[in-house]
Design a protein around this ligand. Structure first.
Ligand SMILES: Cc1cc2nc3c(=O)[nH]c(=O)nc-3n(C[C@H](O)[C@H](O)[C@H](O)COP(=O)(O)OP(=O)(O)OC[C@H]3O[C@@H](n4cnc5c(N)ncnc54)[C@H](O)[C@@H]3O)c2cc1C
Length: 368
């Protein structure tokens, strides 16, 4: 079976990997360089922030993120020589209003990864000696990890480009579907080229609404800008991820610390702004004041594919037999990525699914 995948972010690349491993051949298209949109810009926390604030369906897919990334890293590393570093730092949360629900969350939802402990100042200092004295206590999730997402993408792209059954076509904007009797015959690029396949997959992230008109569906996915800044500290300097007021710090193994993030509805604008960068800087140095001693080495913005509930659309698109969806992951596309791709592959190949697929169905999309 030959499959065309439109969009080479984490959703498209992991979908390609899942399908190729089952013997399918795949062509992946991206309007720009592969792996350079939201999936590159994100932080890579392998859990929704404050999971209790998200629908169960989001947590259900996210639960598999760490374990599946570990498996993929082991498989891909010998071929690509790129370790995408699943960094099990644990996470400290300082929002007092969330302490009780955080402490009970694991038992309430049987999610062992969300095991949580309450720490007084002394214990907190042992876990992370750099936390500001204004925080006298925290809740601590020792098993939470982050993935180094730019390396994850590099690894996926490198593996797929070497694979004999994969073609990656970059700088290729797919403009439309050529439809006949509820079947897509081919897709057409902005320069008029046609590509045929047996099945087609939309993994177009924040751009997914562009298909609304042609498919006569209301696709409620829109870009929500998130900005980040990056400090460089000594290797392994900050031992844990930290979170307060929806702002976070994510340490990488080599001493980089990713800080974010903002939420702005600005269309497709991807420019960082001075004001937002200052807000992020302030929030992060409030948690860890010593960060102010280290250089900021990068600032950027990315576009999250927001959807009304944050539950992605995964499965066959309405009315068209050979068109599939895997988009709308909003703030959690990196942690939900591996399970979302696996679920879609299982649906496409009529295999048993790892979770009940009903809640992710595209039947939620209304005719326009
Ligand atoms: C600042 C920030 C922080 C984040 N932090 C986290 C986090 O810590 N943990 C987490 O789980 N998630 C996080 N996210 C969310 C996560 O990054 C996204 O949910 C995820 O990357 C979406 O992946 P995607 O592949 O669906 O979209 P994208 O990565 O945006 O990929 C879509 C691709 O489709 C291509 N495309 C679109 N339309 C077309 C077309 N017509 N033709 C050809 N190509 C097309 C685009 O060029 C793009 O490359 C964060 C996001 C941001 C912005």
């Amino acid at each position: 079976m030959h499959i065309a995948i439109i969009g080479a972010g984490v959703s498209g690349l992991l979908t390609a990997l899942e399908l190729v491993e089952q013997g399918c051949s795949v062509t992946i298209f991206d309007q720009q360089q592969a792996g350079h949109a939201a999936s590159w810009a994100g932080g890579g926390i392998l859990s929704p922030m404050y999971p209790w604030r998200y629908p169960r369906e989001v947590n259900h897919l996210a639960q598999y993120g760490k374990q599946l990334y570990q498996q993929w890293n082991e498989k891909l590393l010998p071929e690509t020589e790129i370790d995408f570093e699943i960094h099990e730092t644990g996470m400290l949360i300082f929002d007092e209003a969330d302490f009780e629900i955080g402490l009970n969350y694991k038992d309430q939802y049987q999610d062992p990864m969300q095991h949580c402990e309450y720490l007084e100042r002394e214990a907190l200092e042992q876990v992370n000696p750099h936390i500001s004295e204004q925080f006298q206590h925290a809740i601590y999730f020792p098993q939470l990890a982050n993935v180094r997402n730019p390396r994850l993408l590099k690894s996926l792209i490198s593996y797929l480009k070497q694979h004999p059954k994969v073609q990656v076509l970059e700088n290729t904007w797919i403009e439309k579907f050529n439809l006949q009797n509820n079947q897509i015959q081919s897709i057409q690029t902005s320069s008029g080229q046609h590509f045929e396949a047996d099945q087609f997959v939309i993994t177009t992230g924040a751009w997914s609404n562009c298909w609304s008109e042609q498919l006569q569906l209301s696709i409620p996915v829109e870009p929500v800008q998130g900005q980040m800044l990056l400090f460089k500290t000594p290797e392994n300097w900050l031992p844990t991820m930290c979170m307060n007021n929806v702002m976070y710090l994510i340490p990488r193994m080599d001493g980089h610390v990713v800080c974010g993030s903002s939420m702005n509805h600005l269309g497709f604008d991807q420019r960082p702004s001075v004001q937002t960068q200052q807000n992020i800087y302030k929030a992060c140095t409030e948690m860890v004041p010593e960060l102010a001693n280290f250089p900021i080495v990068k600032q950027w913005a990315g576009l999250r594919p927001s959807s009304p509930t944050g539950i992605p659309y995964i499965g066959q698109m309405p009315e068209i037999e050979n068109l599939w969806a895997n988009f709308g992951h909003y703030r959690n596309g990196l942690c939900m990525g591996p399970a979302s791709a696996q679920l879609l592959r299982q649906l496409m190949l009529k295999q048993e699914t790892l979770v009940d697929a009903t809640a992710y169905s595209t039947q939620r999309l209304q005719p326009s």
